[in-house]
Design a binder for this molecule. Sequence first.
Ligand SMILES: NC(=O)C1=CN([C@@H]2O[C@H](COP(=O)(O)OP(=O)(O)OC[C@H]3O[C@@H](n4cnc5c(N)ncnc54)[C@H](O)[C@@H]3O)[C@@H](O)[C@H]2O)C=CC1
Ligand SMILES: NCC(=O)COP(=O)(O)O
Length: 332
Amino acid sequence: MSTPDHERPVILSCGDPSGIGPELAARAWEHFGARLPFVWLGDPAHLPRGTKIREIAQPSEAVTHSGSALPVLPHAFPAAARPGDPDPENARAVIDVIARGVDLVMRGEGSALTTAPIHKKALKDGAGFAFPGHTEFLAHLAGVERVVMMLASSNIKPPLRVVPATIHIGLSEVPSTLTPQLLRDTVRITNAGLRADFGFTMPRIAIAGLNPHAGEGGAMGREELDWIRDEIASLRAEGFALSGPLPADTLFHDRARSRYDAVICAYHDQALIPIKTLDFDGGVNVTLGLPFVRTSPDHGTAYDIAGQGRANPASLIAALEMAARMGAARHG
Ligand SMILES: NC(=O)C1=CN([C@@H]2O[C@H](COP(=O)(O)OP(=O)(O)OC[C@H]3O[C@@H](n4cnc5c(N)ncnc54)[C@H](O)[C@@H]3O)[C@@H](O)[C@H]2O)C=CC1
Ligand SMILES: NCC(=O)COP(=O)(O)O
């Protein structure tokens, strides 16, 4: 781990208090102690009973206390947390915590934001949350039009970094949502993110086809022939190191992964199934294109095991490590 920014800790938003976020925050603090100071932003009453906490007034105090307790910036919620059973009364506060976390990192009080999982439908039902997820909400809060979701592995070699060009939409909407402009924007933001935050000078980006066998010459769908191929050629002419469109079914095995640094996929499951299969415990969700660093574990709220002490903290630990490294590099 590179040296974390000790003046500006990572801010960890609590996420859904009925999910596994609070217990994972406690486990992550046990793992890191003073080695990686982070601040948990949430209602202290939602943490597992017995968690050693220290309430602080500003993030910079985290460094002094993180060796002996989990530093907490308190955010009052109206209701208790019932594991696995979200209370609609708490939905507004879950959203407010994310916004408060963004404010802290935008003001430079935190080096990076790591978000614990939210339940999108619980927020929609409870507070009319109008965004498909953190990714789009963070873009909105930061005033950025387009951002990119990337999931990066931590435990496999060669590593895997996947970008779903379209994210949380129905499968039937994918072909019309995946436009030349979206592909261009996704390539540019991915390329810039890999250079700025992952240390690549000329990132190699693979692009998966939309259709089986990347269309097989038009026999199984025409998008590759009609525009994806030409768009890739024109982006290549601009200097991007692109390959594709490539059949997605053969893009993720070990030898294939050694040929690229990130792969842009046409839709959510084309990207997330391989990474969650190959590295569920080490997968980290990174939002590229924001004016601050944001990471998250790759899993969700896991209501089925919340409050039982069974949740694995590895992905959150990897997300905090990645956030601290990227944040320190940006602020250093
Ligand atoms: N960044 C975020 O806020 C994310 C939020 N979600 C949301 O979470 C909610 C639930 O989504 P699901 O599809 O059920 O996925 P999920 O990841 O919450 O759960 C899927 C399965 O994996 C298990 N699991 C998840 N995390 C685990 C961990 N750390 N240790 C051990 N087992 C774990 C669960 O127990 C469950 O059996 C949805 O609302 C979804 O949108 C999903 C992914 C990311
Ligand atoms: N499937 C990934 C996911 O749901 C994460 O979404 P976000 O909340 O990070 O936008």
